[in-house]
Design a binder for this molecule. Structure first.
Ligand code: KIV
Length: 287
């Protein structure tokens, strides 16, 4: 088999083939914990489609097929409504579109919480049908037995504590967590419990900054912050947020572009040219 990869545009615009690269591994990510011989910050972005995965992959260590796709792609009001079929379809697309990053797929609400065995069945299906390397689940101490059960059976688990969006109905909103000492102690305990149970990395979302620092110091796996702290071992953002696709910009987001405005301008330009019969031009016609 040839080892020379070229850009193959013959079949479809969706299949550029890159130079050969080796995909990062879960153990390689684990070694990136600051102070453990590693320490290079871990870069993670969400991705939901093959083409976006192709564009992000060279720049990231991890691509997260987050259940935020419910809001970002499907216009749902919460992630609670996301199905396993959605996660598997988008997860497989992101694996097809990536070559270097470790792909992690969110287990959707209602598919893993009731028992470690149920979580194993869901996670095994996700890995089998997508080719991803790991799953992510939300929850702290209460999910620690499940994290251990999966990890001991060969399923790498990324845990997620602090603001856990699947629990929005119980939390009452998306406000930052850890504003009281009691809540800080609970979230710290949650983080230690899932880390001791064997999660390979830990998303810390929407917590007051000193708590994110304390969690990062307390656990032996890399922490990946979102609305947390620059002291976390890595960072994640929802890709559409950082590209400027939405008008609403939460405090923890920095817009690295203004794609919504640029898409709107391109669509307006196209519409104008079609209406003036200026498109297509000779260059786009078959003679
Ligand atoms: O669903 C998601 O995109 C996430 C990230 C925000 C961490 O869980």
């Amino acid at each position: 088999m040839s080892t020379t990869f070229t850009l193959d545009t013959a079949t479809s615009r969706a299949h550029p083939v890159p130079e050969p690269v080796r995909r990062l591994t879960v153990p390689a990510i684990q070694k990136r914990k600051a102070g453990k011989g590693g320490g290079e910050p871990v870069v993670m972005l969400t991705a939901y489609t093959a083409r976006m995965a192709q564009l992000l992959d060279p720049h990231c260590d991890l691509l997260l097929v987050g259940d935020s796709l419910g809001q970002v792609i499907y216009g749902l009001d919460t992630t609670v409504k996301v199905s396993l079929e959605m996660m598997i379809a988008h997860g497989a697309a992101v694996v097809r579109g990536s070559y270097r990053s470790v792909v992690v797929i969110d287990l959707p609400f209602g598919t893993y919480e009731d028992s470690p065995e149920a979580a194993f069945r869901t996670a095994a299906r996700v890995l089998r049908e997508t080719g991803a390397a790991a799953v992510k689940l939300e929850g702290g101490a209460v999910m620690a037995p499940t994290v251990r059960f999966l990890a001991e059976r060969g399923i790498p688990v990324m845990a997620h504590v602090g603001l856990t969006p699947q629990a929005v109905n119980a939390l009452g909103g998306y406000g930052a967590r850890g504003r009281s000492e009691a809540e800080q102690a609970k979230i710290l305990n949650d983080a230690k419990a899932v880390a001791d149970a064997g999660c390979f990395a830990l998303v810390v979302e929407g917590v007051v900054e000193p708590l994110a620092v304390a969690i990062t110091e307390a656990v032996s796996c890399p922490t990946i912050g979102i609305g947390a702290s620059a002291a976390c071992d890595g960072q994640v953002l929802v890709v559409d947020d950082m590209l400027g696709m939405f008008e609403r910009v939460p405090r923890f987001v920095e817009r690295f572009d203004d794609l919504a405005a640029r898409i709107s301008a391109a669509a307006a330009e196209y519409a104008g040219r079609v209406r003036r019969r200026e498109f297509p031009t000779e260059a786009q016609l078959y003679r």
